[in-house]
Design a protein around this ligand. Structure first.
Ligand SMILES: Nc1ncnc2c1ncn2[C@@H]1O[C@H](COP(=O)(O)OP(=O)(O)OP(=O)(O)O)[C@@H](O)[C@H]1O
Length: 268
């Protein structure tokens, strides 16, 4: 990766890609402690956006705001506005279960259910009523496994436990499970941190293919990974969004000194 070169380059032209999620003045508090400060960030449709920054800067907190996973933390309070297309996802009338079907999530550690490979993928479509017959469900399961790049490896053992797969296969199973409900957005919280380099490379390739059909937001500690997989990058520091823009610009021509310090390893 190139080192930051200058600090005085003109900003990139405004993007014309449609916005899928718009975060406006998003602040997050855990009890008295404020973890995010007035974050304004647009997530573009069918792009991969990386959230980067030092440990504790609020990347995962922001990611979890996007499908209201923070609702599961009692002390957590979110202010500001997050629009998914034109829907305010914090509106009282929003059905959170439906929201999480539209905005799926893949976690750091692969976490298949203690069920068969088939059932791991069929679970979401079943509870959301997305398949009426066994044939329809088979089709959803097979196509989700295919899209997750796992079908060929598991097609002869769909009834075996998902937990019996390798770590990288389990993570692809979790991706298949997440995309089986046909979400519009896929959130990935350090999806490769528990994987070896080969499994990581497979997931990174998959992310690139998936963006054709999904909008993806990924939290990563690896700047190399952000540079490889994302078209947009947002840099957070101490709960503030410091800088965001085209990935290549962020890594070669950051405007802010803190971004430059982070990408050149002086902070972090
Ligand atoms: N459940 C929680 N309760 C209280 N404080 C929390 C909770 N989750 C996160 N925080 C705090 O909020 C801040 C942001 O944390 P967050 O996990 O979003 O950062 P991060 O950038 O994703 O960090 P990392 O890269 O280490 O995962 C930190 O100070 C953290 O201690």
């Amino acid at each position: 990766m190139s080192e930051a070169m200058t600090l005085d380059t003109a900003p990139a032209p405004a993007s014309t890609v449609p916005v899928k999620i718009r975060g406006k003045d998003v602040s997050v508090f855990y009890g008295e402690k404020q973890a995010l400060f007035d974050v304004n960030l647009d997530i573009e449709r069918n792009r991969v956006t990386s959230l980067i920054g030092p440990s504790g800067c609020g990347k995962s907190t922001f990611l979890r705001c996007l499908n209201r996973m923070n609702d599961t933390i009692d002390s957590c309070r979110v202010t500001g506005e997050i629009l998914l297309d034109s829907d305010d996802i914090y509106d009282r009338n929003i059905d959170v279960v439906e929201l999480r079907a539209r905005v799926g999530m893949v976690f750091q550690k692969p976490n298949p259910f203690p069920k068969s490979i088939y059932e791991n993928v069929a679970y979401g479509p079943r509870i959301h009523g997305l398949a009426r017959t066994k044939a329809e469900m088979d089709e959803v399961v097979v196509s989700s496994l295919r899209r997750a790049g796992l079908f060929e490896e598991v097609k002869d053992r769909l009834d075996s436990p998902g937990t019996g797969l390798s770590g990288g296969q389990q993570q692809r199973l979790c991706i298949a499970r997440a995309i089986a409900t046909k979400p519009e957005v896929l959130l990935m919280d350090e999806p490769c941190s528990a994987l070896d380099p080969i499994a990581t490379a497979i997931i990174e390739e998959l992310i690139d293919e998936l963006r054709e059909n999904f909008t993806i937001v990924i939290v990563t500690h690896s700047m190399q990974q952000a540079a490889r997989v994302s078209q947009k990058t947002a840099f957070f520091h101490l709960g503030k969004l410091i800088e965001e823009g085209v990935t290549e610009e962020i890594f070669t021509n950051p405007v802010n000194k803190k971004t430059q310090d982070y990408i050149t390893g002086r902070i972090g």
